[in-house]
Design a binder for this molecule. Structure first.
Ligand code: 6R9
Length: 685
């Protein structure tokens, strides 16, 4: 990478006007909790010597141990190729298939074991239990359809816009079997948001479902596909085929009509492929497995590209040793497969280990806050994984519910946002009944799998702290000037990872320069260097390391808001607001929320002469929902007479964030229009 490709001063904005890290809730250091002896006695990893085996001087060969959990058609020649930093290539020369590793290889010993428990939202509908043998059959038939009916082959991209049903992992695995790159879009995203991803990934095929249940409603989902195809065409991407799974096979649950010649009901087409088998394609370890779009500092979501070999090795190892999954476990991760957590820790990691993985439809608190514990009791779930937002909602709606049910978790996970110690303790006592080991796992879409977490059979837990780095991960915290903070300093800074690891994303799809700029430019020591030591990975989070080595994550340092554990780009929301013709300026700020962690407040200014009205505010909100999805709906749209601005005309989001969070905005006298601050404060009351 030449110097001119890596402008040191043209990095994407990584110090937002106001960041989540700046409005993070600060809590004192907490007491430790020890994992129970029965847990330790059965744990997959109890030897603290592991950390020496994964010390930096053992890098990168130590990661062989990760890849050795998989079956390879051809063993790799080079563990890590660093010849083109920061485009790291893992297990080069190896040949592998992800679907084979998650399905076929288990048939000899586990074919009658449940691979996927699907739990429908209506409680009078029986759960489905798909064995590994049944999964094998269904994946093969669908792979045959993708290959022969759609003409898909290795390297092609397919967009999935599917809800939480067993057909979603079936679809992903069928793609993986062929080497087709899947790009699953969260079902709650709008048709337009789906269209952006269809266009960016150049998908000719869109796979969706007619309808799904959520919070008591059977939602029409097919209509979003029509919008997605139409909008993708306006971005220059033609979708030839839309494949539609039926929530109730044989019955159409969507009022949206099929488009002749474009839309196909999968179950009808599948009849031709009954009993067909497709050989897994032997893929290079370095070929992409999937794209996962996530929000960044600019308006456009970016497609994080994950590899087959490195990614699968990483999620399998971390599922085994951090999630402590054994093949006999019933494992339930409540995340949506539309997010990275679901890819890594519902589908690929647990299935690679031959566990039984639960896929559930709906929301945790509907019809009541007892539902998760009923499901856990019925299915015998013993490993449970969810987010602080879900835990807060369950605690709010049913603090005593878990104790009414006879479920027993040996292990629980929290992921996605910082968890308050009070909430952690409820999770531990009420949900885990004081029996379960808890891991607080910090990681990201980009990182493929966990970065920081306690190892549950080795470390004590500390509420509110993710824990030390996992074996093989070596973080460093820098201050804004690029100075390394001493380890255990207790000072806040920007957390980076010193070394590459196999689960790390390979690039941003079609935008390698942005990959370099956003994640590596800021703390790169020498852009000419071929040495990985000169290329720390910038995660984009503020963090503190305490004297005991545990990391506490404070939140995003960039223009990303983490709403209920979902990453939203402020720029995406602002762009949606600006589509309303009356709006001339828009600014989004994060506001602390007792259940969702953070929620967005959206400030807008109108064209001169226009009077603010509720009607305009409603249209702004509707535009955000239609462009992105209901998860991005602002808490409030506040129409202001003018934005607080610097003399150079820059919107001071810091001042707006202070107003929304009832904090002191500090000295505003240097603003171009200090008088507007009081007016805004009145409007935002
Ligand atoms: C896996 C996932 C990533 C962002 C990340 C950080 C926040 C994730 C956390 C956490 C505190 C944890 N985050 N885990 N913050 N404690 N245990 O969530 O991926 O959707 O890409 O979000 O989430 O801010 O940078 P993703």
């Amino acid at each position: 990478m030449s110097k001119d490709k890596l402008p040191r001063h043209a990095t994407e904005r990584q110090t937002a006007d106001i960041s989540e890290a700046q409005i993070a809730v600060h809590w004192p250091e907490e007491d430790y909790f020890s994992p129970s002896n029965p847990f330790i006695a059965q744990a997959n990893l109890t030897d603290a010597g592991i950390f020496a085996r994964f010390a930096l001087d053992k890098f990168p060969e130590c990661f062989k141990e990760f890849a050795d959990l998989l079956d390879w058609y051809k063993y790799w020649e080079t563990t890590l190729d660093t010849s083109n930093p920061p485009f790291w290539r893992w297990f080069v020369g190896g040949k592998i298939n992800a679907c084979y590793n998650c399905v076929d290889r288990h048939l000899a010993t586990h074919k009658n074991k449940t691979a996927i428990h699907f739990v429908p939202e209506p409680e009078d509908e029986a759960p489905q239990h798909l064995t590994y043998q049944e999964l094998f059959v269904r994946v093969n038939e669908f792979a045959a359809l993708l290959r022969d009916f759609c003409g898909l082959k290795a390297g092609d991209r397919v967009t999935l816009h599917m809800p939480m049903v067993a057909e979603l992992p079936i679809t992903m695995l069928a793609c993986a079997r062929l080497g087709v790159i899947h790009s699953q879009v969260f079902s709650g995203f709008s048709g337009k948001a789906c269209a952006d991803r269809v266009a960016d990934s150049e998908s000719r095929v869109l796979i969706t479902m007619d309808a799904y249940h959520r919070a008591g409603n059977l939602l029409d989902h097919k209509e979003k596909a029509d919008t997605a195809v139409m909008e993708a065409a306006s971005h220059g991407q033609q979708v030839d085929k839309v494949l539609i799974w039926q929530r109730y096979p044989g019955k159409n649950s969507s009022p949206t009509k099929l488009v002749e010649g474009r839309d196909f009901v999968i179950n009808d087409v599948l009849r031709k492929f009954r009993g067909q088998r497709v050989e897994p394609v032997q893929m290079p370890a370095e070929a992409p497995l999937f794209l996962m779009y996530t929000s960044g500092t600019t308006g456009r979501p970016k497609g994080c590209q994950h590899s087959i070999g490195g990614y699968l090795a990483y999620v399998t190892w971390t599922s085994k040793f951090i999630q402590d999954i054994h093949p006999e476990d019933v494992y339930w991760c409540m995340a949506d497969i539309g997010w990275i957590t679901g890819h890594s820790y519902i589908v690929y990691g647990p299935l690679a280990l031959a566990a039984s993985s639960v896929v559930y439809e709906g929301v945790p608190t509907h019809p009541d806050a007892g539902r998760p514990w009923r499901i856990a009791e019925d299915l015998g779930v013993n490993i449970f994984h969810t987010s602080p937002t879900a835990i807060r909602a369950l605690r709010r709606d049913g603090p005593d519910e878990p104790l009414k049910y006879n479920h027993h978790f040996k292990h629980m996970t929290t992921v996605g946002e910082p968890i308050e110690p009070e909430v952690w303790k409820w999770y531990y006592k009420a949900v885990g009944k004081g029996e379960a080991a808890i891991v607080d796992t910090w990681w990201q879409t980009e990182t493929g799998g966990f970065l920081c977490s306690t190892v549950p059979g080795i470390h004590k837990m500390k509420p509110g702290s993710a824990g030390p780095a996992i074996p093989g991960i070596h973080p460093v915290i820098y201050d804004d000037e690029g100075k390394e903070l001493a380890s255990g300093s207790g000072k806040a800074g920007n957390i980076c990872i010193r070394n590459p690891w196999p689960g790390g994303f390979q690039t941003i799809w079609k935008d390698p320069e942005r990959y370099v700029r956003q994640y590596y430019a800021r703390y790169c020591k020498d852009p000419e260097s071929k040495d990985w030591r000169d290329w720390p990975y910038l995660a984009g989070d503020g963090a503190v390391q305490a004297a005991d080595g545990y990391y506490r994550i404070l939140g995003r340092i960039d223009d990303v808001i983490n709403v209920a554990g979902h990453r939203l780009g402020t720029k995406e929301i602002e762009s949606a607001a600006l589509l309303v013709p009356e709006v001339v300026e828009a600014a989004v700020v994060p506001v602390a929320d007792p259940v969702k962690g953070k929620v967005p407040d959206l400030y807008v200014a109108l064209k001169p002469g226009l009077a603010p009205s509720e009607e305009i505010a409603n249209r702004v909100s509707a535009s955000v929902v239609s462009e992105i999805g209901a998860i991005a709906r602002p808490r409030r749209v506040i129409v202001v007479p003018d934005m607080p601005k610097t003399r150079s005309g820059k919107i001071m989001r810091r001042v707006l964030a202070a107003i929304s969070n009832h904090l002191d905005p500090g000295d505003v006298s240097t603003l171009a229009n200090p008088e507007v601050v009081e007016k805004i404060r009145e409007l935002a009351k």
